[in-house]
Design a protein around this ligand. Structure first.
Ligand SMILES: Cc1cc2nc3c(=O)[nH]c(=O)nc-3n(C[C@H](O)[C@H](O)[C@H](O)COP(=O)(O)OP(=O)(O)OC[C@H]3O[C@@H](n4cnc5c(N)ncnc54)[C@H](O)[C@@H]3O)c2cc1C
Length: 359
């Protein structure tokens, strides 16, 4: 089976997990990434128990936990009353999973550790600074045209996985609709060095409800391991991006939600659109879509990242079953049947709620 090659477009967390899982099953793999390195701006970090089991299967779990924060609880708060409403305890899943907790490890760390592992496979090729611009296929192969600073090239393989994010060139190239809608408000994420746990008895994952303005607080380890918090807010209707990202609006939002006697130490701010969209098809012949290329959803809860990793694992297993002769080609359609029907909510979280007043 070594002679079978799979091209993965996109070195985000989903593409890298797909590539590594395929390499571990004996496929030769080529990863194509348009950027010069893995994108490391603050994005998803929350990794649920079922996904941790998958990260264990690809042999990265110890590193993954070591580079993140273990979050046993998550909490819902009433923001105006500043009271805890409910706390969920993953420990109640102990009999069902080896990982009765969430791990907050930033997605770029997973991608980077996966690439380092992938480089150990002599048949793997990782091409940064290489953009996929077109794709075509026939009954026996798929060919992607890539563009680099030194020119264009055609690369061929037996299969191609489009894990090239929400604006997927591969999805557009095979003319698959991205059905759904975009939320009217944008999300604002501020990364701060100030410690919210010194202000209120929250945990590492907190959701604050408020009829006027919700806010979520998450702690991540940071690249230096010293810990930092992300506060996520919605923008107001009619608020421009410039306004929302201004110092004045940012500090105003943080201080109104969590007043402190000093100026917040903000190390990163970002603003992004939030969509609820699913590709009309996840498979076209030898081409598959996975991760954000196949589905995007509200980012709260990390379901985009988690369900994307589930796509990657299911897809590598499905192609392996077919190529190793354990199943016939019709199994390839099962990937779409299973993953598309799950849309974005694939995490197996069955935590029990403990109402705060009963504690
Ligand atoms: C700004 C932003 C903030 C987010 N914040 C959160 C958050 O706080 N919490 C949360 O849970 N989720 C968040 N998300 C969503 C989460 O990051 C995604 O669900 C997750 O990244 C999906 O991983 P992926 O590998 O499918 O796609 P991506 O991480 O988008 O990776 C796709 C990769 O493909 C590459 N690529 C794109 N086009 C091409 C091409 N033509 N050729 C070659 N390479 C290409 C890109 O450079 C990228 O590296 C955020 C997303 C964005 C965009």
């Amino acid at each position: 089976m070594k002679s079978r090659r799979i091209i993965v477009v996109g070195a985000g967390p989903v593409g890298v997990v797909a590539a590594l899982a395929c390499a571990q099953k004996g496929f030769a793999v080529t990863v194509i990434e348009s950027e010069m390195k893995v994108e490391d701006s603050p994005r998803a970090a929350t990794t649920h128990p079922a996904t941790l089991e998958m990260i264990e299967r690809i042999g990265l779990i110890d590193q993954f936990i070591a580079q993140g924060l273990v979050a046993r609880y998550f909490q819902f708060w009433d923001r105006p009353a500043r009271t805890l409403v409910a706390e969920f305890d993953h420990e109640l899943l102990r009999d069902e999973t080896r990982f009765p907790f969430v791990v907050q490890t930033e997605q770029h760390k997973l991608a980077n550790m996966g690439i380092a592992r992938l480089r150990q496979f002599p048949d793997s090729r990782i091409m940064f600074g290489t953009r996929a611009i077109a794709v075509r296929q026939d009954s026996s192969s798929v060919t992607v045209t890539v563009e680099r600073p030194d020119g264009r090239e055609d690369l061929s393989a037996d299969y191609l996985i489009g894990a090239d994010g929400g604006r997927s060139t591969i999805r557009k190239g095979i003319e698959i609709e991205f059905e759904g809608y975009t939320f009217p408000e944008h999300f604002l994420g501020f990364t701060v060095l100030d410690d919210f746990q010194s202000m209120l008895p929250c945990c590492f994952r907190n959701y604050f409800a408020d009829p006027a303005e919700w806010v979520n607080l998450f702690k991540v380890a940071g690249d230096d391991g010293k810990g930092r918090w992300r506060a996520v807010f919605p923008t107001r209707t009619g608020e421009t991006d410039e306004e929302a990202l201004s110092d004045e609006a940012m500090h105003g939002r943080l201080q109104r939600a969590f007043p402190i006697a000093k100026t917040y130490d903000v190390v990163h701010r970002n603003l992004y659109k939030v969509h609820q969209r699913v590709a009309a098809k996840f498979r076209s012949g030898r081409i598959f879509l996975a991760g954000d290329a196949a589905h995007v959803n509200n980012t709260i809860g990390g379901l985009g990242l988690n369900s994307g990793i589930h796509d990657a694992m299911e897809l590598s297993e499905t192609i392996h079953l077919v190529e190793s002769g354990q199943a016939d080609e019709s199994l390839l359609d099962r990937y779409e049947r299973r993953r598309r029907s799950k849309r974005c909510g694939s995490s197996r979280i069955a935590c029990s709620t403990r109402i705060a007043r009963d504690r």
